[in-house]
Write a protein that binds this ligand. Structure first.
Ligand SMILES: [Zn+2]
Length: 316
């Protein structure tokens, strides 16, 4: 599972003079944790960061056209900044064509699910994200600015957070030798769509694409999910799931339990058998890529869309 999660607990203590807040971040296995002491303003900024939405200010086609017209990675980074698609991005070491394909998927999903913007803190290679995180760990303020965390994190907190994220990022990368895209879920602070630069170069890219075709043909991935785009949809499905807490919802758990392994394999994909989260990501990929999504993808995404809408209402 391409995932890195913070388990998070807030606590506030208003008994002492002034209000004090702290944020405890734990990694998925609970092996590691950091406690950040925050003031009231920083605390509310973190909450509002998690409720950000993509601001639609032009037709989707215009952004897609700009992406098509971009001549180099710098122009693509400028487009991501201009339309505010993410906080930080770095496309310098990835194949231009691959980045364009990925960005178009991100734009497509942001127009349908604008609140997902709150989870797009970084887009680019893990090498570049690692560089930024290492800078943060060293207390570099520029790196904080790039993530738009300058008003949320003190230098001291940045060093703590950087250290933790760096360690987790190293673990995740070590466990994924080959991938086209990977989602990092990190509490709306460092959530990312990562690309592997090694997979976007010439022959390796073509090889990945042909492997995807094979995987789809044998039902390992859902119907019509045989392109690099479908991989990005799958990863964005993870971010959406995480944002709405969908795969932990009672209604979805019941739906998931009602399906036998055989039904899942036949009606969605073999990979969907891995876990509830992979089931959701696979269903989302099929829903977005298959012009005629099958029953499981339709039913799952109908529920996911409801969860998305209610998360919008709850979060204002
Ligand atoms: Zn996945």
């Amino acid at each position: 599972m391409n995932k890195l999660t913070f388990d998070i607990t807030y606590s506030s203590d208003s008994s002492s003079k002034g209000e004090r807040y702290s944020l405890t971040l734990k990694d998925v296995d609970g092996r590691d944790s950091v406690v950040l002491e925050l003031n009231k303003e920083q605390f509310s900024l973190i909450e509002s960061r998690r409720m950000r939405s993509f601001y639609v200010r032009c037709k989707k086609e215009r952004i897609l056209q700009d992406i098509d017209d971009a001549a180099n990675y710098m122009e693509l980074e400028a487009i991501a900044r201009k339309y505010y698609l993410c906080d930080a991005c770095a496309f310098n070491d990835i194949n231009l064509y691959g980045v364009k394909r990925m960005l178009k998927v991100i734009v497509d999903v942001l127009y349908k699910y604008p609140k997902l913007r709150s989870r797009l803190c970084f887009i680019g290679t893990h090498h570049e994200m690692e560089k930024l995180i290492v800078q943060m760990e060293q207390g570099n303020v520029d790196a904080l600015n790039k993530f738009n965390l300058q008003y949320i994190c003190t230098k001291e907190n940045a060093e703590k957070l950087g250290g933790m994220v760096h360690k987790m990022l190293t673990d995740v990368i070590a466990n994924h030798k080959q991938y086209i895209a990977m989602a990092i879920c990190a509490f709306g602070l460092f959530d990312a769509v990562l690309l592997d630069k090694n997979d976007y170069n010439g022959y390796a890219y073509l090889k990945c694409i042909s492997q995807l075709r094979q995987s789809e043909a044998i039902g390992f991935h859902p119907k019509e999910c045989y392109t690099p785009e479908s991989v990005v949809y799958h990863e964005l499905g993870h971010l959406l799931d995480e944002m709405c807490n969908f795969s932990e919802m009672k209604s979805f758990k019941e739906y998931h339990e009602s399906k036998s392994a055989k039904e899942i394999k036949k009606g969605l994909s073999t990979y969907a058998l891995e876990s509830r989260r992979e089931f959701v990501a696979e269903a989302f990929a099929e829903f977005m890529c298959n012009p005629a999504p099958r029953k499981i993808a339709n039913e799952t995404c109908e529920m996911l869309n409801l969860a998305y809408l209610s998360s919008t209402m709850c979060n204002g």
